[in-house]
Design a protein around this ligand. Structure first.
Ligand SMILES: O=C(CO)COP(=O)(O)O
Length: 155
């Protein structure tokens, strides 16, 4: 895999998502880190975003609720290069009606080398990392080979 280096924008674009049993964890974490989060541009799936906007009194760009396509919207934003970090407290103990979308979102983060925090410990490491600094150059996979892939059609 070859990579292109990109200089990251000063204000990072962070997507915040939590399943219902994990919303309390995310809210507590976000309250504690409110001032750090306030320096960035925040996106969230519908219900998570509504709760966070109320709790933090910060502007949050709200997408659809997860089961209605919110995870897919976050995934699309990742593919379009609009999200720098994903904080996704997914529930490891309960199946979701939109599990395929959850998997697809995590897959997009993998495809585009996006840092993902799936719980409070990993979110702590992410938000406190010196790599959040504006000079950090992110490695973006170069998928030119895939884009120009030739498919031989028999017949
Ligand atoms: O279901 C979700 C993520 O998979 C989150 O959606 P809500 O923020 O709308 O609850």
């Amino acid at each position: 895999m070859s990579y292109k280096k990109i200089v990251m924008r000063r204000n990072k674009q962070i997507a915040l998502v939590a399943h219902d049993n994990k919303k309390r964890d995310l809210v507590e974490w976000a309250r504690f880190n409110r001032n750090l989060l306030a320096q960035h541009r925040l996106y969230a799936t519908g219900t998570t975003g509504t709760i966070l906007a109320e709790e933090l009194e910060l502007e949050i760009l709200k997408l659809q609720s997860g089961p209605l396509g919110g995870d897919q919207q976050v995934g699309a934003k990742i593919a379009e290069g609009e999200i720098d970090f994903l904080i996704f407290f997914w529930d490891p103990l309960e199946p979701q009606p939109h599990d395929p979308d959850v998997k697809a979102l995590l897959r997009m983060a993998g495809v585009w080398n996006i840092p993902v925090a799936c719980n409070r410990a990993s979110a702590d490491f992410m938000i406190s990392s010196p790599l959040m600094d504006k000079d950090y150059e992110r490695l973006v996979p170069d998928y030119e080979v895939h884009r120009t892939r030739k498919v031989v059609i028999a017949g």
